[in-house]
Design a protein around this ligand. Structure first.
Ligand code: SAM
Length: 450
């Protein structure tokens, strides 16, 4: 039974009406036009509604669950709204998300959704929005869910769901389920400055419950997310935000004495700072990324009080930036589909097109070919993606090793996961971390006479 709702008309209430319409616009831009949630909501200096946690939660959550909600809307609307009024479809989706996933009373959602029609310049739709949401509340448990296509039942677009199923037929359900959860906030403790136990104790003293990560010795996961600036030790560089699977990459780099190390594709610098924390005593560390992204590495280093050689350069054109001194270790964390981090970036569900995987495959292979020329014999490249697709992982390595005999794939020794033909895969839902792939390729020392 929906309780009558009496709303006062203070300014903040008007703001709330406005914000629901604005969330609907953001969700439409992501779902229909493939725009990035981060670009829309995580820009530095963003103010107003969009900078509010409740706004972000609603936008991210509606995008995360949209294919599922969309099926219910199909049942409720009977025939689709006209294209020029599609924004109402997204307003209704936001309302259903709030009803199902946020602690907002049904009557408040109903009222605010109806009021939002005016902000959207569609006063005529008040009755429609009211009627559809009331029908949803009344009928949602009577919809025959066995009619729902499998991909929508799991809140995924069909092509993406099918691709995950075909790459991971035995694991796809755990993967999609984990990809629909809210991501944990995981920290990496700078063990040069403090111990993990001390960091856990300090957080608990500040009423921030947390637990140590299972696989990364420097990781801890907070039970509820908090703004980073409130985390004790964050501005002093004692902790950084980094997912557990991302933390594991630097551990595999085995940097001994006096090594020349390249962090290729370094921005925003999550792994660069970890490499420095681990190996700066013994090694020279260079971080390369495109010019426009180097500032991010610089900011990260400044917060932690660390230094590295930051080089603005295109990996595919080493002649424009490389000093000719070969590297003993190269961490190559390539651009990828991000299919392993959908829980953090639910817009990936709508941004990737089937042809993107081939484009990434070509770019990743070219990057591997380019950095191979910078590697000293006896050294290795650690190839890393946050993808779960073979096309960006084992297939890239297969195409790379088939090009020459001087490429030895070595086993990954410090990262638990599923061993694949060439590397190691961590899947979402198997442990706490994101979906990542790692592969180590060594360049053999030349033998006499070569
Ligand atoms: C997955 S991100 C790297 C994340 C980073 N390693 C970290 O841990 O914070 C991939 C990076 O590759 C960079 N990139 C893409 N094309 C590049 C190119 N041609 N040369 C250098 N960097 C490139 C992107 O700018 C992006 O920062």
């Amino acid at each position: 039974m929906i309780k009558p709702y009496k709303r006062s008309t203070t300014d903040s209430d008007k703001g709330a009406f406005h914000s629901m319409a604005e969330v609907a616009e953001v969700v439409q831009r992501v779902v229909e036009h493939g725009e990035s949630l981060d670009r829309l909501l995580v820009q530095p200096g963003l103010s107003g509604q969009r900078s509010q946690p409740a706004f972000r939660e609603t936008a991210y959550g509606t995008c995360r669950h949209f294919p599922h909600i969309d099926w219910h809307l199909g049942m409720l609307l009977g025939r689709p709204l006209r294209q020029k009024d599609r924004i109402l479809h997204f307003l209704l989706a936001v309302g259903i998300y709030q009803i199902e996933h946020m602690h907002i009373p049904d009557y408040a959602v109903l009222n605010e959704s109806v009021e939002a029609t005016s902000s959207l310049g569609r006063n005529w739709a008040r009755k429609l929005v009211n009627g559809v949401l009331r029908s949803y509340l009344r009928d949602r448990n009577h919809h025959d869910l066995s009619e729902m296509p499998e991909h929508q039942a799991h809140a995924f677009p069909e092509l993406l769901f099918d691709r995950i199923k075909s790459d991971w037929p035995e694991h796809h359900l755990e993967i999609v389920k984990a990809s629909n959860t809210r991501p944990p906030l995981t920290l990496r403790v700078n063990l040069e400055k403090t111990s993990r136990n001390k960091a856990i104790q300090t957080l608990r003293e500040n009423a921030m419950a947390c637990v140590a990560t299972r696989d990364s010795p420097a990781g801890l996961t907070l039970s509820s997310p908090v703004p980073v600036k409130k985390i004790p030790g964050f501005s002093q560089g004692e902790v950084s935000v980094q997912d557990e699977s991302a933390q594991l990459a630097s551990l595999e780099m085995e940097c001994g004495e006096n090594l020349n190390v390249l962090d290729a594709c370094a921005a925003p610098g999550g792994k660069t700072t970890h490499l420095i924390e681990l190996f700066r005593e013994n090694c020279t560390i260079t971080a390369v990324d495109l010019d426009s992204r180097c500032m991010l590495i610089d900011q990260n280093l400044a917060r932690l009080g660390l230094q590295a050689n930051i080089v603005a350069g295109d990996l595919l054109k080493p002649e424009t930036w490389w000093d000719g001194n070969p590297y003993d270790r190269i961490l190559l964390d390539v651009p990828c589909s991000g299919s392993g981090i959908i829980r953090r970036h639910p817009d990936i569900k709508y941004r990737r097109k089937p042809e993107d995987l081939d484009k990434f495959h070509m770019l990743q292979t070219s990057m591997l070919v380019a950095v191979w020329e910078l590697l000293r014999p006896g050294g290795f490249v650690l190839y890393v993606t946050c993808s779960i697709f073979h096309r960006e992982n084992d297939d890239v390595i297969a195409s790379f090793v088939s090009r020459g005999g001087d490429r030895e794939v070595q086993s990954i020794s410090k990262i638990p996961g599923i061993a694949t033909r060439f590397g190691m895969q961590r899947l979402p839902g198997f442990g706490e971390g994101d979906g990542f792939y790692y592969c180590k390729i060594r360049k053999p020392l030349r033998t006499a006479g070569e």
